[in-house]
Design a protein. Sequence first.
Length: 302
Amino acid sequence: MYDIAREHLRTVRDLHRFAVSRFNTAELFYGHGTTEAWDEAAYLILATLKLPIDRLEPVFDAHLLPEEIAQVLDVIQERVVTRKPAAYLTKEAYLGDFKFYVDERVIVPRSFIAEILFNDGLEPYVEHPELIHRALDMCTGSACLAILMSHAFPDAAIDAIDLSPDALDVAEINILEYGLGDRIDLLDSNLFAAIPDECYDLIISNPPYVDAHSVTELPPEYLHEPEMALGSGEDGLDITREILAQATKHLNPRGVLVVEIGHNRDELEAQFPTLPFVWLSTESGDGFVFLLTREMLVEAGL
């Protein structure tokens, strides 16, 4: 089919129609930057052709060179056959206007915390960005959130921690690309192990939080991501519990902890009934990211 298509497709419109049909037939899963076949096809075509990824209409009827058509068809075929997320095919992913290098050494960047940072969602617990002098990104992966923190809090020195040396290699690529080598320090550590005496004004974390049952039912696209970046024990909260247990001694007075936990709100609140979780609002709802201050943690006995 793809060999025949090379001889009959001529324009971006032709390729887009072909891609959407193939993606729908293959019943691909979306969740790494797009939510449907139409947008996924548009992104892959434009990224492969090195065109602006948000401007499909102006080039819809552009005629392509044979080698360009071949390139795009190869990517479409790889997406269908391998079920790899599009970000691994293009080696890039976006959070808002920020672009990051990614490959299969790291989870594809996606986080409700990014939206919160874009929208000043930490107010009133962080009243002024300049009050954040030291910050920590726990489970940094590609360093996407550490980089967003550096822009949201321009006076902050940031530590970015991950247990995976491979992930830290990718993180370094992104940090250097943004010229932040003097502001973001990468640390290979199992949570707080490498920083026993460090304290921060802000700690954020988007840790693994998929429960064991859900891990077994993940679509094939997610199985290309590092396993250690997805699951976190039977209930998905192993790492979150450890962060909560240690956060108090690593937060400065009035310091703030922000953690993403996906759909685990009910389970977390049941396990920590004395903690006054503040659930931060996102476009998808207000039950995916919690905030606690050091004082809240201390009062709850943690």
